[in-house]
Design a protein. Structure first.
Length: 109
């Protein structure tokens, strides 16, 4: 039996949740599912509905490619993660982020 890429979904989600410092209970509450349902997705290979998957991907800042094309994993995941975070910022926060990154780059010279 061939394993689909979605078989890795649970471990991908669990890793992203832990990287964000969220407990299973916190994440479940944020995306409005039960902790038990989240545990079954993470540990028991339960496939979430599209709606739940969408909310998980958005809340955890996971690239959809990470889920659907895991074989295309790139070394640039830290840059991609930063870019995804930037999409969540408002105008004021983007100005602060831009100034911060510009200062980091300027200090290298």
């Amino acid at each position: 039996m061939e394993h689909t890429h979605l078989d890795r979904l649970g471990s991908t989600l669990k890793t992203a949740r832990k990287a964000k410092g969220l407990t299973r209970e916190q994440l479940a509450e944020i995306i409005n599912i039960t902790p038990r349902y989240l545990m079954s997705i993470e540990n028991e290979n339960k496939k979430p509905s599209y709606d739940v998957l969408f909310r998980l991907i958005r809340e955890l800042g996971i690239s959809a490619d990470t889920i659907f094309y895991p074989e295309k994993q790139q070394a640039d995941t830290k840059v991609e993660y930063l870019i995804r975070l930037l999409y969540l910022c408002n105008e004021r926060e983007l100005k602060i982020a831009t100034a911060t990154v510009q200062a980091l780059v300027d200090n290298k010279q």
